[in-house]
Design a protein around this ligand. Sequence first.
Ligand SMILES: Nc1nc2c(ncn2[C@@H]2O[C@H](COP(=O)(O)OP(=O)(O)OP(=O)(O)O)[C@@H](O)[C@H]2O)c(=O)[nH]1
Ligand SMILES: [Mg+2]
Length: 358
Amino acid sequence: MSKEKKSALKEKKGVSVSETTDKSSIKSIKEKRSNKIAPSQLIASILNGNITALGKAITLIESKNRKHLKDANNVIMGCLPYANNSIRIGITGVPGVGKSTFIEAFGKHLTAQGKRVAVLAIDPTSTISKGSILGDKTRMESLAKDDNVFIRPSASGDSLGGVARKTRESIILCEAAGFDVIIIETVGVGQSEITVHSMVDFFLLLKLAGAGDELQGIKRGIIEMADAIAINKADGGNLKSAKLAKEEFSMALHLYPERPSHWQPKVTLCSAINSEGIDEIWKLVLDYMEATTKNGYFEVKRNKQSEYWLIQTIEEQLKFDFFNAPKIKKELEKQMKLIENKKTTPFAAADYLLNLKL
Ligand SMILES: Nc1nc2c(ncn2[C@@H]2O[C@H](COP(=O)(O)OP(=O)(O)OP(=O)(O)O)[C@@H](O)[C@H]2O)c(=O)[nH]1
Ligand SMILES: [Mg+2]
């Protein structure tokens, strides 16, 4: 159909040519308003180190809307070839130990050396304490103002698995944006530190002296994961007990079997608030990097982590697709009723549902 004919037809239908142009411009206005950016454009901006684009891309991958999944995957895939070049550091410790204050001091120490630092914080307690994340961001206020720093908190709510996967993908985006050091912060409660451990190179545990749990091994698992333990708030009247705690921890750590990394975890003192002991911890990180790169452990660990996340992602996706299939939703309800009425067993019902053609 010729242009003239089309517009004549539209005019007949009561739609003017200018209205159709309006429609397309409305569409682009809508896109602009919703800040929708094409994945290719996002990737290009991220690779240019644009922090706003990085934030938008992370929002995209965090979206629970199924419609965003394709764009999100495209962005991640586009960034992937440029990832892998950072030092990933996990930081954990009980609430109030000084994680945020430490990251502020540590981050400033790194930016002073010309490094670009990204901080991704997973907060599994946010559903209980509501808003502790916001508090955190204000605590890291002066660090957040630095152009070479990117800070992104996320509340895990009740799904640590999902948020952690997004955090892992966020690492890729941050690396593509040229960040040299990526810090993942989490509160040392529950499962979160295990998850964070599975995505970092170096794991730092912050401790307080005199918390009464020194030799009970706290949660033994965390000690075993830590590549370094920093006793924070080693200042003022606290210094003496901090020094004592350092000795006790050092002795206790020697009782653990040698690690696959052949790295002997270190114990140090620091005062985050006074920026003391920060350089020593950074040097430890660099020592660790050098030692594990030389002995090949660094590569092995990153590969193992990738395998772990591959399996995790598949499991999560399969579960999501299964439970969101309309047929399953309907049949699951029916099977539940049958179980209630003792007409079937959970195992027979599972078998039936898993064998349905979706
Ligand atoms: N004396 C002293 N106080 C510190 C030090 N580091 C942090 N603090 C104080 O300890 C309190 C808690 O510090 P945060 O940095 O918020 O601790 P956090 O571990 O991030 O706490 P959550 O985010 O609640 O888990 C604040 O009042 C800090 O000022 C330190 O090195 N020495
Ligand atoms: Mg904090």
